[in-house]
Design a protein around this ligand. Structure first.
Ligand code: TXA
Ligand code: MG
Length: 315
């Protein structure tokens, strides 16, 4: 056990966080999607500690966070379509899986030895300030124990990882609330629906996205059937609660917890993971959660993807 520092997102907190990262230690930080568990992406031991802290299966590669498109071009090879997406949507909630530049010096644990790398330029001002203060690429999966609900507040990070990481920078609640949309390119394929709606990407590219068929060995933990799981059992598309269930609503009067009273998908995405945690707490040990139907377009696709995994049979 180490004692996990809670740092303010000011100059002193960011300088401390950057020092810890340079020492190869782990610092959780807010992004616009969810909190990331940051490690120096060029340091094998630091990246190994990410897997240890999350108890995450080794074969899953991590997203590399960089401050700019120019910095992204130093770690990955950009095709014309990749350039187009980067200029349209970065900084923002989109991750591109692109051919790796081996000379970038990333730890092979970041890419799990693959010839591709997942890269993203985050928009959150605290993430950007941390990248500036640190001055290099940061590997950062979501800052939660493997298989559990992703954190959208600093308190969620501490719930899962207190004593296992050096620090968390408290930047308040994440505005988007679901993880980034992950795309592979040439041809464009959706690997994970997320905070940037697939429709926006299709409009930018002028063609529709294929959805990558589930790999025989999943390349993304987000592709595992059971993931983002609360402790309670989860029932989907519930028009109302059965006795003993905690009902999470979507514009559903009478629900114990509301994702969005007005039926707004952006608000619902921002509230999703906090709502699952709250429902889990209210349901108690061995409890049950029911969730109202969510429209399956825009951010609703990412919400439904996470809910299906939260409801899937556990391994
Ligand atoms: O919003 C997000 O994406 C957050 C914030 C912190 O940026 N990060 C996040 O990271 O969700 P993580 O590690 O929980 O999910 C990253 C996903 C994983 O499912 C991983 O397998 C996939 O990206 N991935 C990484 N590199 C890949 C590659 N070369 N090919 C295919 N999938 C890859
Ligand atoms: Mg995750």
């Amino acid at each position: 056990m180490e004692s996990t520092l809670s740092l303010a997102p000011d100059a002193a907190g960011l300088a401390r966080a950057a020092d810890l990262l340079r020492e190869g230690r782990l610092v959780a930080f807010p992004t616009e999607t969810v909190y990331g568990l940051g490690a120096d992406a060029t340091n094998d031991r630091a990246v190994a500690r990410v897997f240890e802290a999350k108890a995450r299966p080794r074969f899953n590669p991590l997203i590399v966070h960089v401050p700019s498109v120019a910095a992204a071009r130093r770690v990955a090879v950009f095709s014309a379509e990749a350039e187009r997406l980067a200029s349209a949507f970065w900084p923002g909630a989109m991750t591109l899986v692109l051919p790796l530049r081996p000379e970038a010096g990333l730890s092979e644990l970041v890419t799990a030895g693959l010839a591709t790398v997942a890269v993203r330029v985050p928009e959150h001002p605290v993430a950007r300030a941390l990248l500036d203060a640190f001055g290099g690429p940061l590997a950062a999966p979501s800052a939660n124990p493997s298989g559990r609900v992703s954190p959208t507040r600093a308190a969620h990070v501490l719930d899962g990882l207190d004593g296992r990481i050096a620090a968390v920078i408290d930047g308040g609640a994440c505005p988007v609330g679901v993880e980034s949309t992950i795309l592979a390119l040439d041809p464009p394929r959706l690997l994970r629906p997320g905070g940037l709606p697939a429709e926006a990407i299709e409009a930018c590219l002028g063609r529709s996205l294929a959805t990558e068929a589930p790999a025989e060995r999943p390349t993304a933990p987000g592709q595992l059937a059971s993931h983002y799981a609360p402790s309670a059992a989860v029932r989907l598309n519930a028009a109302g609660p059965r006795p003993g269930e905690v009902w999470i609503g979507f514009a559903s009067p009478g629900a114990a917890i509301e994702l969005s009273e007005s039926g707004d998908l952006v608000e619902a995405a921002a509230n999703l993971f906090h709502a699952l945690r709250e429902a889990d707490r209210l349901a108690g040990p061995g409890g049950r959660i029911a969730v109202a139907p969510i429209p399956d377009h825009g951010l609703g696709r990412a919400i439904n993807d996470r809910l299906r995994r939260a409801a899937a049979p556990r391994p």
